[in-house]
Design a protein around this ligand. Sequence first.
Ligand SMILES: [Zn+2]
Length: 274
Amino acid sequence: MAYFKAHSFGGGVYMLYEPLGVGSHLIIGNKKALLIDTGFGFGDIAAAVREITEKPVIVANSHIHPDHSMGNNQFERVFVGAGDMYKLEGGILEDEYKKMLGFSTKYLPPLGLLIKHYKKIQKSALYKTEYSALTTGDKIELGGRTVEILEMPGHTKGSVVFLDRTAKTVFAGDAVNRGMFLYLDSSVKLARYADRLDKLAGLAGFDILRTSHSKQGAPFAFVGYYADFLRRVDLSKCKSSPMPLSDGKVLRYSEKSRDYGTVSVFFNRGQEGK
Ligand SMILES: [Zn+2]
């Protein structure tokens, strides 16, 4: 059985979904394709992409977390948000991979098999990947289709979202979703992050929001909703939440929304307020 499950959303947009619950997006233009994220690296994502398109592929990460970037070394060059470039130095990325693999093995025992597979792929990896930085306003030309970059610090310092006007879609990685993890490696204040979301929400011409851990996506209007939700965070109603890869002091604030179900944010004390 194929490791990646390819979902077509129409209009040259695909998601390659992995069994552990993360998807990488593929956008096809007339001349080139853009692969957003490379997954856990357990599967041969380069081959999965070639099954969909033979066009040259530009590869970018929505942010540097293991479940979005461990497959990078299957590619010669990868673009990442400027604010996450620091993770490529001094073994930070390797440490994160180890932590993530340690965490996953503890809580997801069947993962042992995948890790063996991962080690094999790492050994046979073709490239020592070269990295280039993405900043707001950068444009990725795919031929008849341009994808624009907007930096969205919050989930990580260098998270970026990809604006595809052709599909009226914003590809957000983990930078906007119904249960944002803001406690991991960013100390962005909730208010600053909400302002940033407003900037995104104010852009005209988008209908769809696609995120990495859901196949469904969400209406683009969710971006503005979530910015307002963050402004309602009430410390007295937060619960402390044992979260993966945390010190156990993470706070969770949740509300039930009519349109979007339960909406949450996970953050560290001190990120609230201005
Ligand atoms: Zn992430």
